[in-house]
Design a protein around this ligand. Structure first.
Ligand code: PEP
Ligand code: MG
Length: 755
């Protein structure tokens, strides 16, 4: 037997190289290849099975009967060979006939051989064939021999693909088994079709055999160094305002990036004659094969992390580092990612981006809010989507149902089209009520404003007929910029929004950064927060970085010259924070007045109620503010102590829980008694059933995502406010076990328009 796998593999690779360079038919080349491998591995049998017409056909053999070539065919999953191809797994058996999957094919004459080892031949991550060796002695193969076989299989795949010996579009594993429909979490409603584009594109390895092994090794070392640097940087950045989830992933990345075993295996693959790319991919194939066998979800997740990291290493080594946003989108895109930050999503071209599918994601994470603002349907929690779909394949995304279909059949496409047409019709119905007031049947006028944050969002006012912009998230401008936006560019944005809003009010919220809205260019390494959502963010940060806030206040004051300026502060936890922020704006106003700059006719100040502690201090705060705005996204995460960005908690606590509704009712009542208007601007208000319940507890002023204006208005126009109030009063006095179900059933009976 050979001394090391590397020498055997290298010997075969050199031979393969020569075979490939030779003239002759593809069949002649395959015949040569099996002889070559058999000789190098001192093996009695070497066979190649290739997938043709969805059957694994014995395409060349050394040692089995030649008459069986192109005659013996196995379906996927049939026999040892079929099972290797279907499961993408390796088999190493001392006694083949003892294996439960073994089937005997007399035409091959293989009864003489006892031991068997086979590896899949993988092309573009799908098995296109099997390479196997057999011996008469019942012996197990050593790990090193199996690795040599894998290396050879990898190079063979290149030969097979270039000679077009298999049908590249053939499907075998789950990833390729035709249409797949998966249901996840609805994040942003809407329906769209497009082709799969990976946020972090996969690299397809074309050249597998190295010309210069030492040069390849140097490339891998350099790539490892670069990858470690990147991870160190990401970890440093993550110290400021990212979710605990991301930091956990980064910790795992770091562990793998420095893992000696991984580096060693890649190095060994290089020793065997592979290029840097092929070596990384070969080791990655092993990880993937192991991933399939693991049941423990936690371990599986870690293997996913390693897979992610191997992709990153491949991208570095092949010089393809950019995300799909940087490389430009060619056509209608369904963006696929494990997760995205809001800034990353904002980098995409809105005209080409049709939908987003995430493996993680949650309803109130900022990336979801951004997708909603962009009008891009989004489905989350589709675990494994990056393994189910291939780049460039057609994908249907149904954000209304939370479903994703990869490689749809004609029937699935037709059903989708029908639903899409219905959804468009519904939208047309909403458009038809655009000019009608959001008034209940018994005459309560509800105020419906929109949430905005991007320059062209103001257009939503016209499109939806909303009453104004109730929350302008000023941090979006900061999130899309590579460097801190100056006062001048802030001024231009605010002015253009006010200009397009005309007579309708616009409420600007001062910078709310931190938490999951991290700005790479604004970090503070003192911030060691384990829990950034509760850390140094929003007003806490702004009051400390007062230069930033002063610049923003000046920009707002000047942009609102000659009109009313409405400004509110995020994450006020105690009244003094509000006072300090307000004083800061007042000071800028005094300065602008003295400098004879244009100033607003009046400034209305508001506080956001997002931290429960503030509710306890309303008696002191209310006399000082012009309006109160409830941010239910943050408020509910703090009330329930449930991270809004944690996908595992996404479906756990309900906005319709009695605790939340009672809390909000108390706030609404207190504000009403003090004659201070209350608005609700969290995502909760954009859902018809939730909005109905909120009207029932006395909240009549909403700022919601533009796409929700139609559905919420339709709901408002179908209810009797007095009846809803009475119902909520009785339900909250003695809450049912399932508030959502009780309310839904009641609403249906009352004929409330819920979608
Ligand atoms: C909220 O927390 O409800 C809110 C409106 O603010 P944001 O979602 O931007 O944190
Ligand atoms: Mg908030």
């Amino acid at each position: 037997m050979p001394t090391t796998a590397a020498t055997t593999a290298r010997e075969i690779l050199t031979g393969l190289h020569q075979v490939m360079a030779r003239r002759g038919s593809a069949q002649a080349k395959l015949d040569h290849v099996v002889d070559l491998i058999a000789a190098a591995m001192k093996s009695e049998v070497c066979s190649i099975y290739l997938l043709r017409d969805n059957l694994l056909e014995l395409s060349a053999t050394h040692g089995l009967r030649k008459e069986a070539v192109h005659v013996t065919r196995l379906s996927l999953g049939e026999g040892l060979v079929g099972s290797i191809a279907r499961e993408n797994r390796i088999l190493n058996l001392a006694e083949a006939a003892d294996h439960p999957e073994f089937v005997y094919r007399p035409e091959t004459g293989e009864e003489r051989f006892h031991s068997f080892a086979g590896v899949p031949i993988i092309h573009r991550e799908q098995s296109v064939g099997v390479l196997s060796v057999q011996h008469a002695d019942p012996r197990g193969y050593e790990d090193l021999e199996i690795e040599a076989l894998q290396t050879v299989a990898m190079v063979l795949s290149e030969l097979i693909a270039s000679a077009r010996l298999v049908d590249a579009t053939r499907r075998n594993t789950q990833r390729d088994s035709g249409a797949v429909r998966v249901v996840g979490l609805k994040l942003v409603a809407g329906m769209a079709r497009g082709v799969a584009v990976f946020h972090e594109p996969r690299v397809i390895v074309h050249h597998t055999v190295a010309e210069d092994t030492e040069a390849e090794r140097a490339r891998v070392y350099a790539a490892f160094r670069r990858m470690r640097e990147q991870i160190e940087n990401m970890t440093r950045e993550a110290e400021f305002g990212t979710s605990a989830d991301l930091r956990e992933v980064l910790a795992t990345y770091k562990m793998f990036a420095y893992d000696e075993g991984w580096g060693r295996r890649i190095n060994e693959a290089i020793d065997s004659g592979l290029t840097a790319e092929a070596a990384i991919e070969r080791v990655q194939q092993r990880t993937r094969a192991r991933m399939r066998d693991i049941d423990d979800p936690l371990l599986k997740e870690r293997m996913h992390d390693l897979d992610d990291l191997a992709n990153r290493l491949l991208r570095i080594v092949s010089g393809r580092m950019g995300t799909a946003a940087q490389t430009g989108l060619a056509k209608d895109t369904v963006l696929i990612a494990r997760n995205l930050g809001p800034a990353e999503l904002l980098e995409y071209d809105r005209r080409r981006l049709k939908a987003v599918v995430l493996e993680e994601g949650s309803l109130t994470a900022h990336v979801t809010i951004v997708a909603r603002a962009m009008g891009v349907p989004m489905v989350g929690r589709i675990g494994d989507i990056r393994h189910i779909a291939n780049e460039g394949e057609p994908v249907l995304v149904d954000g209304d149902m939370g479903a994703v279909v990869v490689r749809p059949t004609r029937t699935l496409s037709a059903t989708f089209e029908t639903r899409m047409a219905m959804s468009l019709r519904r939208r047309a119905e909403f458009a038809a009520i655009r000019a009608l007031p959001p008034e209940t049947k018994d005459g309560t006028r509800i105020t419906l404003m929109v949430n905005a944050g991007l320059a062209d969002d103001a257009a939503a006012l016209e499109a939806t007929g909303a009453d104004g912009i109730g929350l302008f998230r000023t941090e979006f401008q900061f999130l899309i910029a590579a460097t801190l936006p100056g006062r001048e560019s802030q001024y231009r944005l605010y002015k253009s929004v006010l200009d397009s809003a005309g007579d309708k009010p616009v409420v600007f919220r001062t910078l709310d950064i931190g938490g999951d809205k991290a700005l790479p260019y604004l970090q503070d390494h003192r911030d060691e927060s384990e829990n950034p959502a509760m850390g140094w963010r929003a007003l806490r940060l702004s009051l400390e970085r007062s230069t930033l806030m002063k610049a923003q206040a000046r920009a707002l004051i000047e942009a609102a010259g000659g009109r009313v300026l409405r400004v509110m502060f995020p994450m006020v936890s105690e009244p003094w924070e509000y006072e300090e922020a307000r004083a800061l704006v007042e000071k800028q106003l005094a300065w602008a007045t003295a400098a004879k700059k244009p100033v607003p006719t009046r400034i209305e100040y508001g506080a956001m109620l997002e931290v429960p502690s503030l509710a306890e201090m309303l008696d002191l705060l209310l006399p000082r503010i012009d309006f109160l705005s409830i941010g239910t996204n943050d408020l509910t995460q703090f009330l329930f102590a449930a991270d809004r960005a944690d996908p595992r908690l996404a479906a756990r606590y309900d906005w319709l829980s009695p605790a939340i509704l009672r809390f909000l009712r108390r706030v609404a009542r207190e504000a009403k008694a003090a004659n201070v208007p209350v608005r609700l601007c969290g995502e909760m208000g954009g859902r018809p059933l939730e909005a109905m319940a909120l009207i029932g507890i006395g909240i009549e002023n909403f700022s919601i995502t533009p796409a929700a204006v139609g559905p919420v208005k339709a709901m408002v126009r179908s209810i009797d406010a007095a009846a809803v109030r009475a119902k909520l009063e009785s339900l909250l006095a003695k809450p049912p076990r399932d508030m959502r179900r009780t309310l839904t059933e009641w609403a249906k009976k009352q004929g409330v328009a819920l979608d």
